[in-house]
Design a protein around this ligand. Structure first.
Ligand code: TXA
Ligand code: MG
Length: 315
């Protein structure tokens, strides 16, 4: 099993040796390695059992570091980074050759993010290389939002999990780039489209494309828990799967079932996002055949939550 602790020096030492460390961010835990060391990057793909065609994002300590790795940063994208970093925003930019092809799966763009978590920011500031870090889960599974989630699935494959508590945002970063003269969102995430549009105006959202995805996070079936998920009106779904063999995942409503998880009794979408992946993991451990759930309001973080529900259900 991996050791769980708050020792930044230990994390730094392991990373310098080309080893991997799970690190906290405000969105989800990342499986981090030296992005400039191809051997460390290879380990990331291996530990996650991730196909090599699925590129990694790199994490930097501040906005100033971007120009070390990006050939060019379109103005709206730079403005967004300036506005929302550190935070749940990944920018897709043309890469410099210093970024190994392995990281970007041969693409000429690289995803860059400055995460907003004090431990990981301190760690990043102490390193002279960026950290490649996908979410710290086996490929295709739900992202981890606590050290224990990482331990449960990757604990026998890594040595150290830097403990930053439960992730505040709980859903992965929003991925934004610039294409055909438009600011483009490739993955909806912890930064809402409304907030982005308030800064740079109307954006194009491509996160539903299923053919030739730019980001495999766009693949139809992704972020999936082990159980079958049905989305609809819960009262109706209960006619197919009675409450004793189904888990019920609601936004606010209480169905008085022993196998239920209410994302936010007060109807707060930030709270719902924070709880979503823990809820899906909890159901996986319950003696149920299926998860019955409903969409949350399609505004703010609700759009990212609904996106993950759709993918979990492979709709
Ligand atoms: O919140 C997050 O973004 C977390 C934390 C750890 O920072 N990381 C994360 O990484 O979610 P990952 O690898 O699980 O998801 C990143 C997504 C993947 O779907 C990947 O395909 C896409 O970003 N991606 C990375 N680089 C890309 C590129 N150059 N072009 C298109 N998509 C890219
Ligand atoms: Mg992931």
């Amino acid at each position: 099993m991996a050791e769980i602790g708050t020792d930044i020096q230990r994390a730094k030492h392991l990373l310098h040796q080309g080893e991997l460390v799970a690190v906290p961010t405000e969105t989800v835990y990342g499986l981090a390695g030296n992005a400039l060391n191809p051997e460390a990057v290879t380990k990331i793909f291996k530990v996650k059992e991730r196909p090599s065609f699925d590129p990694l994002i790199i994490h930097v300590p501040d906005l100033a570091s971007v120009d070390e790795y990006a050939e060019e940063v379109p103005e709206p994208v730079r403005i967004l980074a300036k506005h929302f970093w550190p935070g749940p925003l990944t920018i897709l930019v043309k890469k410099k050759s210093i970024v190994p092809e392995l990281v970007t799966s041969g693409l000429d763009t690289v995803g860059i993010r400055c995460p907003d978590h004090p431990l990981t920011r301190e760690l990043l500031a102490s390193l002279d290389f960026p950290l490649a870090a996908p979410s710290a889960n086996p490929f295709g599974y739900v992202s981890p939002t606590s050290p224990q989630h990482v331990q449960d699935q990757l604990g026998n494959k890594i040595q150290y999990i830097l403990d930053g508590g439960t992730c505040r945002v709980g859903i992965e970063s929003t991925i934004v780039g610039f294409e055909n003269g438009m600011t483009t969102v490739y993955r909806m995430g912890g930064l809402s489209i409304e907030k982005i549009e308030r800064v740079v105006g109307k954006v194009d959202v491509q996160s539903h494309s299923t053919s030739n995805p730019k980001a495999p996070g766009q693949l139809k079936s992704h972020y999936a828990p082990g159980k079958k998920i049905l989305i609809g009106k819960i009262e109706e779904l209960l006619q197919q799967y009675p409450a004793h063999c189904a888990g019920i995942l609601t936004f606010q409503n209480d169905f008085n079932s022993p196998f239920q998880f209410i994302l936010s009794p007060s109807g707060n979408l930030e709270e719902a996002a924070q709880n979503l992946f823990t809820a899906l993991r909890t159901f996986d451990k319950m003696p149920i055949d299926a998860i019955l759930t409903e969409f949350v309001p399609e505004v703010g973080l609700g759009r990212a939550i609904n996106d993950r529900l759709r993918r979990a259900a492979a709709l």
